[in-house]
Design a binder for this molecule. Structure first.
Ligand code: E4P
Length: 217
């Protein structure tokens, strides 16, 4: 499973990247706003740091302007994936940009039928939003399962990029189902390390190290 980091904060990306945990990055207009930086400048900085796909989202809602924006975004670096919304115009832009040979991430996916359309339009990635479905008492993981089944039934190569991840269990369940990629905020990825028995065990070992004055250096 690939790990993408869902942020435009360079320091947070760099910390995880140094550990080999970053296979790519996803951004969106809200994350760019949060960074306080210019979209082109911050996206270039991310691409300079990370080898894998870096998703940068268009701002237009009509296909022609999305295509123009996408063509500008891909000039930033070779690893840009143009992110387009799951609308009819977004699918048109997806088809043109993917036919041009560019990676396209179709975002704001909330149904398996939408995911089917994105795959038909040549999407490199489909981004089903788990957390936002859970927020309205629907089952985000059920959507990941449905898309996995449909894509496997017909051999679609579009990668399932489980997005809007809020908890470590979202990551675990996505891995169990076989999502190709998860994208999560750095804090959620880092919190995967925690287990109370690890802390308890380490406390006991540290007590014995002190009691027996065990030294290596
Ligand atoms: C994915 O590409 C999106 O940027 C992101 O996962 C949205 O997450 P949110 O629902 O927590 O805003």
């Amino acid at each position: 499973m690939k790990f993408f980091v869902d942020t435009a904060e360079i320091d947070a990306i760099a910390e995880l990247n140094d550990l080999g945990m970053v296979d790519g990055v996803t951004t969106n207009p809200s994350l760019i706003k949060k960074s306080g930086r210019d979209i082109i400048e911050v996206t270039k900085a991310i691409c300079d740091l990370v080898d894998g796909p870096v998703s940068a989202e268009v701002t237009a809602t009509d296909a022609d302007t999305m295509i123009k924006e996408g063509r500008k975004l891909v000039e930033i670096a070779e690893n840009i994936a143009v992110k387009v919304p799951l609308t009819w115009d977004g699918l048109k832009a997806c088809k043109v940009l993917s036919d041009d040979g560019h990676m396209v991430n179709v975002t704001l996916c909330f149904s398996a039928n939408q995911a089917l359309l994105a795959a038909k339009a040549g999407a490199t990635f489909i981004s089903p939003f788990i957390g936002r479905l859970d927020d309205i008492n629907l089952d985000g993981m059920e959507l990941i399962e449905d898309i996995r089944t449909i894509y496997d039934n017909y051999g679609f190569e579009t990668q399932i990029l489980a997005a809007s991840i809020r908890t470590v269990n979202h990551i675990l369940d996505s891995a169990r189902i076989g999502a190709d990629v998860i994208t999560a905020p750095p804090a959620v990825i880092k919190s995967m390390v925690h287990h109370p028995l690890t802390d308890k065990g380490l406390d006991a070992f540290l007590a014995d190290i002190k009691a027996a004055d065990i030294k290596i250096l």
